[in-house]
Ligand binder design. Structure first.
Ligand code: MG
Length: 385
């Protein structure tokens, strides 16, 4: 089955207080919408991700998704959610998906499990809705006074993604438009009106919709307790050559030799760069800055490290710690270690207490022992939000 995701982000909802629409609000360093889109763009069963946005939000959208791969260009929505969904479905028609998952942009915590369950249910039903049974007692209330209780039997809270066979839901939306029915609040209502039977799969409490300032706080608390940590490691060597100093960790250290390399040959910064790239699984320094590219000849290596740090931020991660070991007999590293820590923390924009620089010799053994070059190895710890 070819499956598309349609993310509805055209709303202007003002319940989250003043400021940008809630789907563009910052949530622990990343826009809500970016988190939502990544849940689908990185899911192995999703073939296309299309976003419907407000006409005023094209710049905000571009900002929010910068660097995120696997997204179709956004389409502009209509006056109502229902109209926006139809525009999105029509834009997906060229891609001819078998099924579509229609999801609220303001539900960033949709899990891979929920996406899987929704897709699986589409093998036996033309429509699927994740839902949660209502647990609280429901009552009428008037003028601040509690009234009669309402039976909650058979009542479910509808969530998204709501999944449908693509031709069925497209036809249902066109039918609703033709008949002038514009008051449906979700796609299950549109589908049901056209006779689509919608199966219910278990929803997820964390998959709540961010509509108020309180919801944003809840989302922030949820993320604080749900970080993923990853460690990357890097290793680099440069050979001594003619010169009167070496560049190590962005610090000029006087020496009887220089280091040979295409760039400034800063083995320390190269090892840290590779460690960060490793933690976000984005290859190595040579992939991002090919030695064959003349623009990096003699380059100051802080450029490479700053780039890796930027990629990490774009991947939703922050560098929480770096530990570097420089391996050489000479020059002596100790007198420069503090300056190196400060330089690294400047480039990474993290506190120096999060940066460790150590040095060792190899007791005269091997190429470092013979004074032929310098080796560096690094570990970087990244927290993913
Ligand atoms: Mg190198």
């Amino acid at each position: 089955m070819k499956i598309a995701a349609l993310i509805v982000a055209a709303g202007r909802g003002s319940r989250a207080g003043p400021g940008a629409p809630k789907q563009y609000r910052d949530l622990a360093g990343e826009p809500v919408l970016r988190r939502t889109l990544r849940a689908f763009s990185t899911h192995p069963s999703i073939d296309a991700v299309l976003t419907v946005i407000h006409a005023d939000d094209h710049a905000a959208f571009d900002d929010a998704v910068a660097g995120l791969a696997g997204l179709l260009p956004p389409v502009t929505g209509g006056d109502t959610r229902q109209a926006s969904v139809l525009f999105g479905l029509e834009a997906l028609e060229d891609h001819a998906p078998d099924a579509v998952l229609i999801h609220d942009a303001a539900r960033p915590f949709v899990s891979a499990r929920l996406i899987d369950d929704t897709i699986r249910a589409l093998e036996t039903h033309r429509g699927v809705m994740p839902g949660l049974p209502v647990a609280d007692t429901l009552r009428h209330a008037h003028n601040g006074l509690a009234g009669d209780a309402v039976s909650r039997e058979g009542l479910w809270r509808a969530q998204t993604p709501q999944g449908f066979h693509f031709p069925s839901i497209l036809a249902a939306h066109r039918e609703a438009r033709r008949d002038g029915n514009t008051s449906y609040t979700d796609d299950v209502a549109v589908g049901a009106a056209a006779g689509i039977k919608v199966s219910v799969v278990p929803g997820d409490d964390d998959n709540f919709k961010i509509t108020s300032a309180e919801d944003l706080m809840r989302a922030t608390r949820l993320l604080a307790g749900a970080s993923e940590y990853r460690t990357g490691q890097g290793f680099d060597v440069h050979r001594f050559g003619p010169g009167d100093h070496v560049m190590l960790c962005g610090v000029k250290v006087p020496h009887s030799h220089g280091l040979l390399g295409h760039s400034d040959a800063d083995a320390g910064l190269h090892a840290i760069t590779d460690a960060i790239l490793g933690a976000i699984a984005q290859g190595d320094i040579g992939k991002h800055f090919p030695p064959s590219d003349p623009q990096w000849k003699g380059a100051s290596s802080d450029v490479f490290l700053a780039h890796a740090a930027r990629l990490a931020r774009e991947a939703g991660a922050e560098v929480t710690h770096v530990d570097l070991t420089l391996i050489c007999e000479k020059p002596k590293i100790g007198p420069h270690a503090e300056a190196m820590r400060e330089r690294i923390s400047d480039i990474l924009q993290i506190g120096p207490e999060r940066v460790s620089v150590k040095a060792t010799t190899t007791e005269g053994l091997g190429f470092t022992g013979r004074g032929e070059g310098i080796a560096a190895q690094a570990a970087a710890t990244l927290r993913f939000r």
